[in-house]
Design a protein around this ligand. Sequence first.
Ligand code: FAQ
Length: 333
Amino acid sequence: MTTTPSAPLDAPDEDRLLAGFDATIARNDRIEPRDWMPEGYRKTLVRQVAQHAHSEIIGMQPEGNWLTRAPSLRRKAILLAKVQDEAGHGLYLYSACETLGVSRAELTEMLIEGRQKYSSIFNYPTLSYADVGTIGWLVDGAAICNQVPLCRTSFGPYGRAMIRICKEESFHQRQGYELLMTMMRGTDEQRAMVQESVDRFWWPALMMFGPPDAESPNTAQSMAWGIKRNTNDDLRQRFVDMTVPQAEALGVTLPDPDLVWNEDRGHHDFGEPDWEEFMAVVKGNGPCNAQRIAHRRRAHEDGAWVREAATAFAARSRIAGAQQARVEEESTR
Ligand code: FAQ
């Protein structure tokens, strides 16, 4: 959507452009890459979209850990497909981010140098196969709550990427729930594995939504720009309300003694996540931060020859294409 300036024609250029941008946001239309945008809007989007892309790519590691030890061929095929989808999500999001004028190579550098973040949740280890199910159920469930409203985000390429990603995330969530349901119908040992896994992932899943609204420095501006459509606390509440009946159907206990339905509010009350732990994980001191980044760095270095070969091939194809065009031009003279 091209912005239509609505400021008086004699207003200075910047003011007119800003007025046009504000009018587009107010109409709930999309901002597109070639439209004028304030530098703060562009920077906020680069930060959020890159962080989102990095989360998908780093998020391949905890589940990828179980690919070689899946309990059956069927489970292995499902897990492989899910992890590959996450790579795809990362690539759509890096492409959306590139439309904001930053290259994928730069984004990768920023990630492995610790200058950009990724979701806190992926700094927790996966200790049993039940974790594959719990990640699908709780982590993809939280991701869906957060990301469905982002399909309406104000920046076109991000919103369009989210539509496809959300469809796949829903499928991921169902596969996690189905795995847990199968285990819950199994032996006492399998049921205990599921409960132990849910006990470890419940609080980190709540932290995925970010700090409480009162301590979220970015929410107010991101909501005003239509980048975020809901606050962190609203989405956390939505997730809790959605998940409680699912836990009951599964037969697992969510590890929160304060979790109770509040008739007056029409929502569940729940306990406070450990925000000190969240801050420690975000600052790089979670159980797996160092391992995740070291693995990503190694994969990037190991892939250097592929990038060089692809660049050389593209250059050669360009030369061959130009030669072919010359030959065809001469033959038509
Ligand atoms: N982890 O002011 P706010 C997935 C940072 S995808 C780490 O509230 P904002 C799929 C935040 O960046 C999961 N850092 O920030 C999957 C900021 O620091 P900064 C990823 C966090 O941006 C499933 C500071 O704290 N999803 O799971 C976290 O307005 C299974 C202050 O916070 C997205 O990225 C956190 N959890 O709101 C893959 C969704 N929370 O940057 C594999 C898009 C906050 O100023 C397997 N992102 N911080 O230095 C968003 O919706 C927002 O960026 C929030 C944070 C809600 C995450």
